[in-house]
Design a protein. Sequence first.
Length: 476
Amino acid sequence: MSNNDFNTRLFKHLDDHQKDYIQRLSDAVSIPSVSAWPEHRHEVVRMVDWTKSLLEKLGVKVELSDVGKQKIADGKEIDLPNVILGTYGNDKAKKTVLIYGHLDVQPAQVSDGWDTEPFVLTEKNGKLFGRGSTDDKGPVLSWLNVIEAYQQLNEPFPVNVKFCLESMEEYGSEGLEDLLKSLKNTFLSDVDFVVISDSYWLGKEKPCLQYGLRGICYFFLDVECSTKDLHSGCFGGTIHEAMTDLIALMSTLVDDQGHILIDGVYDEVAPLLPEEEQLYKPITFDTKAYCSEAGVEKTIQKEKEQILMHRWRYPSLSLHGIQGAFDGVGCKTVIPRHVIGKFSIRIVPNMKIATLEKLVEKHIQNIMKERKSPNKVSVKLEHGGDYWVADPNNPQYIAARKATVAVHGIEPDLTREGGSIPITLTFQEQTGKNVLLLPIGASDDGAHSQNEKFDIINYMNGMKVMGAYFQEIAKL
Ligand SMILES: NCC(=O)N[C@@H](Cc1c[nH]cn1)C(=O)O
Ligand SMILES: [Zn+2]
Ligand SMILES: [Zn+2]
């Protein structure tokens, strides 16, 4: 049977089973596998076990890998969730594709401003709302649904598949790098290609393939002023307050143009070459839609090319929160004794994490010297993940382009991604093989945000592209 004939059967089969796929995603979303909440670790473990059973039902040989402990507050330690290593097929005549994805999600609560319960998948107007629907439970299940569809159609699977599914991605992939290094000559040794579906299109209509990611360095800025919280009427105006120092420090990090104010940060950033500048011109990107998706009036940069460059190839610094600060309703007049500011820097070629760590440390020390405050201040790199850039002309990208055309009838844009998948570079280094980012979600999916969703059409078409991709890979 030709590829085209099989595609027609496969696509129809997938369409006929849409309800089952939605139910499966609903089951996955109902497990609140938030990696950032240590008290939810049992839910992350439940998600790992649920996925393991599903894989085993599909005939995937599964091994759970213990990756050690995580240090949490006050010197306590908890188990990191096991990493799922799966093997499906072992035919030496076939190519082997390693699929990476993650089962953990960002925190979510109705009180954050969700219109629906975040851990109840809710269908509205062709959209499936729920935490993890697009990041990354929907894409992970899409791969599994495709394997199931081939089985139900009695079609031999065209490639061998290996799975690496982790559950700490949203917390910097703790433990995974060491595991992959230890698997270089075993589990990873026969991998031909690595593919990751954990990112989003640049718009709502046009598919893309991505060949770059920014890295991330997440910092904790710790300020302590006293041995206990204090009454601001009794002590206000007489002591150096922790929050005052912290706010002052945090306000020295980035200006209103998004420019990072830490000395030396831009020194290692790769210069923009004329050839690279040309790459941005043909990319379809609607700046108005970008603003409306973010719910903002305007962006810092005006031109499409400038916005994309600041999203993909320049570093950025974001302030995320302050632990220990009063954030409830009403008025509390306490001076908190200890606050921790959270900020992250997205890093790009050719920045080095070690250099950045030193520059941040020096910057904080310098500002504190100027402030003449006696408070205890320290800054710590909580986790760091490298940037990654690949060759979009690799045969794997050509295969994915053909698969995209078979489903969408158009060539995908070749783009980069401003977010981070910290382990991507490690996969490239430990396998020595090409890594492809194959996003299936739309730009307005709202990953990490309130009302995260996955469009049913993207779920369905995403599976079709994945199904066709396996056939194209088999031809290489
Ligand atoms: N879908 C990828 C993603 O959301 N990645 C996270 C990774 C991360 C690292 N530290 C905290 N989160 C991202 O924020 O880009
Ligand atoms: Zn993700
Ligand atoms: Zn994410």
